[in-house]
Design a protein around this ligand. Structure first.
Ligand code: GLU
Length: 454
């Protein structure tokens, strides 16, 4: 006799074996689907409409993937060739929406995992957005502005056929910031002779939203505040370790500082810096200039602020603190790191990056009763303000900073509430990972079923 739990696990294993067979060597995609099905399968089996509708099979097959060659000329006059993708995963609840990533680690697997996550993250925001992701194995690091421009123009020449303000609205991600969005948007406008909200994260002078740059980082902190509030705690005087030094990390740090917390670390691919005095608003402003204007390395922080230390080739998870914010990239926090966090007394981990914790790390932290805010919920603030940028573009009216910030706060509160609705256990404990996954699932699944068999 097998128990119900064993039966459910067997179904999860069977389903994921099929995913692996149909998507060979796409390890990041396997991981994202595995985490999702572990949370959602029991719910699916309890509800015949989802089970009999084969909804999980349908949800794990992207609507389409466009793959194309991007040729461009470098400053030496040599011809360079990259590969680019747009994974249009699911548009059941709105036009496709999601960022573009330019990084040498980009593969179809990475973009499928990101596109899959985006579907449920976008659903959680309550805004009408489907999920997509795109990008290229192009490495913007060390390239001149002109080289980046030529690459972006070439990429958009093909991508423009597949996107549109009511079809698919790309945005930024790792390696795609204000500079790249401007080049991409300029080329789309030129090709189509239409000024539309086809990309988000635009400059404020040409249709961008205030707060978009800050939104992901601020959103992570707003979500964290709600989690702490349920335990009658606040951010005041808490210490925090952060990985990364891009938009998400820096604005997460800024909001934490504003809330009275002390930020101890930041990192980049070369290592991390530890500042025991805390990285205050002035120091953050210096890092923002270093990273956005000078495109420098985080190690330079120690020359500017000598009481800090740089740890080459390491991540900040060994530093004792109250809160941890992995805000760099996928799989940057493994099981060994999770053990360190628990030993060091970390109370809460909020995922600012997409899937920064490995599956084993997530399991370990949940079993250790550490509060864990999954990326789908915690980092949805960025795409939420992208959705608000689309609304402003459609209205042809810009909103004030206060207006956008209030709406962002309301959206993060709404996401937290949905996690509580679907994640609350009998003893009152909230499983945020389960809550976020099921809440996102229900919204998308119900829309798909309403359309019939498609
Ligand atoms: N790349 C961001 C994310 O992972 C933002 C996407 C968007 O604004 O469309 O959610």
């Amino acid at each position: 006799m097998t128990t119900l739990a064993e039966d459910i696990q067997a179904q999860i294993d069977r389903f994921n074996a099929g995913i692996q067979e149909r998507n060979p060597a796409e390890y990041e995609f396997h991981q994202a689907v595995q985490e999702f099905t572990e949370m959602v399968m029991p719910y699916v089996l309890e509800h015949p409409k989802y089970r009999d509708g084969h909804i999980l099979e349908r949800m794990t097959e992207p609507d389409r993937i466009v793959i194309f060659r991007v040729c461009w000329e470098n400053d030496e006059g040599s011809i360079c060739c990259n590969r680019a993708w747009r994974v249009q995963f699911n548009n059941a609840i709105g036009p496709y929406k999601g960022g573009m990533r330019f990084h040498p680690s980009v593969t179809q697997s990475v973009l499928k995992f990101l596109g899959f996550e985006q579907v449920y993250k976008n659903a959680l925001t309550g805004l009408p957005m489907g999920g997509a992701k795109g990008g290229s194995n192009f490495n913007p690091k060390g390239k001149s502005d002109r080289e980046v421009m030529r690459f972006c123009q070439s990429l958009m020449t093909e991508l423009s056929r597949h996107i549109g303000e009511d079809t698919d609205v790309p945005a930024g991600d790792i390696g795609v910031g204000a500079r790249e969005i401007s080049y991409l948007f300029g080329q789309y406008k030129r090709l189509q002779n239409r000024f539309t909200g086809v990309l988000t994260g635009k400059g404020v002078a040409f249709g961008g939203s205030l707060i978009r740059t800050e939104a992901t980082g601020y959103g992570v902190v707003y979500f964290t505040k709600h989690m702490l509030a349920r335990h009658h705690k606040t951010l005041a005087n808490k210490t925090a370790i952060i990985s990364g030094s891009g938009n998400v990390a820096l604005y997460c740090a800024e909001k934490l500082v504003q809330e009275g917390a002390k930020v101890l670390t930041l990192s980049d691919s070369s290592g991390f810096i530890h500042d025991p005095d805390g990285i205050d608003q002035n120091k953050l402003a210096w890092v923002m200039t270093l990273k956005t204007e000078r495109r420098g390395r985080i190690s330079e922080y120690t020359e500017q602020y000598p009481t800090s230390t740089f740890y080459p080739g390491q991540r900040p998870w060994s530093v004792s603190a109250d809160l941890a914010f992995p805000c760099a990239t996928q799989n940057e926090l493994a099981e060994g790191d999770a053990k360190l966090l628990v030993t060091n007394g970390i109370q809460l981990v909020a995922e600012g990056a997409n899937m920064p914790c490995t599956m084993e790390a997530v399991r370990y932290m949940c079993e250790a009763d550490l509060l864990l805010a999954p990326a789908k919920a915690a980092n949805a603030g960025g795409v939420a303000v992208s959705g608000l940028e689309q609304s402003q573009n459609a209205q042809r009216l810009p909103w004030t900073r206060e207006d956008v910030d209030h709406r962002l706060q309301d959206i993060m509160a709404h996401i937290h509430q949905q996690c509580v609705v679907y994640g609350e256990e009998k003893d009152g404990h909230i499983d945020y990972v389960r809550g976020a996954n099921i809440a996102g699932f229900v919204k998308v699944a119900d829309a798909m079923l309403a359309y019939g068999i498609a």
